[in-house]
Write a protein that binds this ligand. Structure first.
Ligand code: NOJ
Length: 728
């Protein structure tokens, strides 16, 4: 008996936990607060402050840990990055980045991705996953745009909602970051974001409001300042906006080293300081004894400390972490001694491959794709972006050469920084394509990006030539060739010349780009470039996901979560080097700016091709004013008019009455639907009151404007197929 139950435990550990299993023990906020109250009310002031204080950088198992309380018992909470998997963990899955989740435009895939991230975090005993990131991809070269869900707040809001629901279903507390207005890496700790009240809410706070509906447990305040006050001691952002106006019930933690004071932080709304130190690693803290002293002096009320502890404990109990939660087995700062706990599984890996394929955006295609292996005898593959990296993609804080994946010189499948995780392996594009093409097809390659002659030689005579290129980026504390925010929108490593050389040499050239965001494409009109494929940052199964699409095993349906412009200057916002970062574009960010100023993008927000074609017809709109929260509904029929089955992503954009002062149209719905060839399906959209509201500065409230609305439904922001008007 004993033997068999031990065997079961060992087998479970090896196979990874069953995904989706631990959705039990979740509590409502009400129940969670009642439980928190019963425990926190027995705590001394020191114990309560302990819950709010990190134990210090490099002192603990996780990137952050709080102090435990013995009696009454409350555990040390383990906080770990995030947001795409478990950082510094062996035997986990290196999945797709946030930007790819966004590119699927599919709620179910977004949810499932987060469920897996949650499942693996839980398996390692992580209480708080430091994700999702919902920083709006404001400047196209922003270094961390790839961690989040793109340029549109609605898309960020939906993806954030699904992330929180999926992650928290696994009992792990989600941490939405970075609150607020941290949209670039350059001077991220010293710059001051300047923005009007309406834009603040309609664009930047919008995704947080949606995540609150999902029961979000925690929010990370950001490094930057707002109104000349650090975000983590900013009463207006944390108390007035997040907690009072938006009704946030969870707790606010600081970004690492973003706390700058004791009293202003505590009174400004910061509930937990992370990783605890004044300066990372110095062993001092603005909270801990300093906070207890401030209470004794009367500078911070005891009530406020109760509130911190209650919020933290309530988030913990809401996620049901008090019942059978796995022990923390991570060893972030001592990785050699990490116990072997396997959290990946075949199911997780298969999902990564599937969502990787679902997020491939086919930007252009003259019919060369999908490839058929019949009649194919030679494929050329050019570019280091198809090659195996020269060092293992395993991050370490102690090995200078590959800190947090800034070392990758091979195929690019994840950005660098705290948002990276270890790759257990990587299936390169060359491997994926070769395997799928089969042994009868010769695959020749040239990986030296600077040797354009060798590239042309390999490309000549091949039936098809793939040229791979990349545009990496990442977090501020690591500079790669002067980049964290990208210094420009050009491809890296001589890629434009490489593409030109391959296209000159082979009339069937296909360009594949692994990029953290938009790039310039000076070669786009080359007559030999027959397709451009955009797989984003797909994680460990990258080569397989790509091959699935290239060979037509998966019909592409990924859509751009940002605009690709013809010129850098076409964008509304750019990285600022000033102290004041002025959000002068206001509501006109991303495609809204292109629409408002009549600028033709190279590839529009929401764009992505299929191997099939779809027609839209019979739009209908109904209004429901006064009846319930949904004020209007729209339906449209979408027909697959091509020869192959596939997914279509129908997108709904709303034009507000002119008096509202909104950009020409804004995304307020999307549905990814599977339609068999020759068949049609009805697609429904619901527009809730908030979807049709603007932030009215005069009344300081969300208001539905008077007048005529138009709903536009189509295949991208620039491919509208059906429109109808309605008034409320
Ligand atoms: C700083 C990053 O901004 C944040 O996103 C991350 O969670 C923390 N470091 C912890 O690694």
């Amino acid at each position: 008996m004993i033997f068999s139950s031990l065997t079961t435990i060992a087998v479970c550990a090896l196979a990874g936990l069953t995904q989706g299993a631990p959705t039990t023990n979740l509590r409502s906020w009400e129940e969670a607060y009642a439980k928190a109250e019963s425990v926190v009310s027995q705590m001394s002031i020191e114990q309560k402050v302990g819950l709010a204080t990190g134990m210090g950088w490099e002192k603990t198992l996780c990137v952050g840990n709080t102090y435990a309380s013995e009696d009454p018992y409350f555990p040390s909470l383990c906080l770990q990055d995030g947001p795409l998997g478990t950082r510094f963990a062996s035997n986990g899955t290196a999945g797709v980045s946030g930007i790819n989740a966004a590119a699927t435009f599919d709620r179910k895939l977004m949810y499932k991705r987060a469920e897996i991230i949650g499942n693996e975090s839980r398996g390692k005993g992580v209480h708080l996953q430091l994700g999702p990131s919902v920083d709006i991809f404001r400047a196209p070269n922003g270094g961390r745009g790839w961690e989040g869900f793109g340029e549109d707040p609605y898309l960020q809001g939906v993806a954030g909602y699904e992330y929180v629901t999926g992650l928290q279903s696994q009992n792990v507390i989600a941490t939405a970051k970075h609150f607020l207005l941290n949209n670039q890496e350059t001077n991220r700790t010293t710059s001051n974001s300047v923005i009007d009240e309406r834009t603040l809410r309609e664009i930047y706070a919008w995704p947080y409001a949606r995540m609150l509906d999902a029961g979000l447990g925690s929010v990370m305040c950001s490094y930057n300042l707002y109104e000349d006050i650090h975000a983590c001691e900013n009463d207006k952002l944390l108390n007035q906006l997040l907690k009072e106006e938006m009704g946030f019930k969870g707790f606010v933690m600081s970004d690492w080293g973003a706390t700058h004071s004791t009293v202003p932080s505590a009174n400004g709304g910061l509930d937990m300081t992370m990783p605890g130190d004044v300066i990372m690693g110095d062993g001092l803290s603005y909270y801990g004894k300093n906070l207890t002293d401030a209470v004794e002096r009367g500078d911070v009320s005891e009530e406020r400390v109760n509130d911190m502890a209650l919020r933290i404990a309530a988030a913990h109990y809401k996620m049901g972490q008090d019942k059978g939660y796995p022990e923390t087995t991570l060893k972030t700062f001592d990785r050699q001694n990490e116990p072997e706990v396997v959290v990946t599984s075949d199911e997780h890996i298969k999902f990564v491959r599937d969502i990787g394929a679902a997020s491939v955006v086919l930007l252009s295609n003259d019919g060369i794709l999908p490839l058929s292996s019949d009649g194919l005898s030679k494929i050329a593959i050019v570019g280091s972006d198809a090659a195996p990296p020269s060092v293992p993609l395993t991050s370490s804080l102690n090995e200078e050469e590959c800190t947090d994946l800034a070392c990758n010189d091979g195929t690019y499948a994840m950005g660098w920084g705290s948002g990276s995780v270890d790759f257990p392996y990587i299936v390169t594009p060359t491997e994926g394509i070769s395997r799928r093409a089969g042994e009868s097809v010769e695959v020749a390659h040239s990986y030296d990006d600077w040797d354009t002659e060798a590239a042309a030689e390999v490309a000549q005579g091949a039936d098809i030539a793939f040229v791979f290129a990349k545009a990496p980026a990442g977090e501020e504390y690591l500079l790669v060739d002067g980049n964290n925010d990208r210094q420009n929108l050009s491809l890296w490593n001589n890629a434009d010349n490489l593409i030109q050389a391959v296209a000159d040499a082979n009339e069937n050239t296909v360009v594949v780009i692994h990029s953290t965001g938009p790039v310039l494409m000076p070669w786009i009109d080359h007559e030999n470039i027959k397709a451009v494929v955009w797989p984003g940052l797909p994680g460990q199964e990258t080569g397989n996901s790509l091959a699935d699409v290239l060979f037509g095993d998966v019909n592409p349906s990924g859509r751009l979560p940002y605009t690709i412009a013809k010129e850098t200057d076409d964008y509304a916002a750019h990285i600022s080097h000033e102290y004041n970062i002025e959000y002068t574009e206001k509501l006109e960010i991303g495609y809204r700016h292109f629409d408002a100023n009549d600028i033709e993008p190279l590839f529009a927000f929401g764009h992505g091709l299929s191997y099939s074609t779809f027609e839209y017809e019979k739009i209908k709109v109904n209004t429901h004013r006064g009846k319930h929260d949904t004020l209007a509904t729209a339906t449209v029929f979408v027909k697959n008019t091509g020869d192959v089955d596939g997914h279509e992503v129908a997108q709904a954009y709303i034009s507000f009455p002119e008096s509202a002062g909104e950009p020409p149209k804004i995304l307020r719905g999307f549905e990814r639907v599977f339609i068999k060839a020759g068949k049609q399906t009805k697609v429904n959209f619901e527009f809730k009151e908030i979807d049709l509201s603007i932030w009215d500065e005069a009344s300081a409230s969300w208001t539905v404007p008077e007048g005529e609305f138009t709903v536009h439904i189509g295949a991208s922001s620039r491919d509208i197929r059906q429109s109808a008007t309605f008034s409320l």
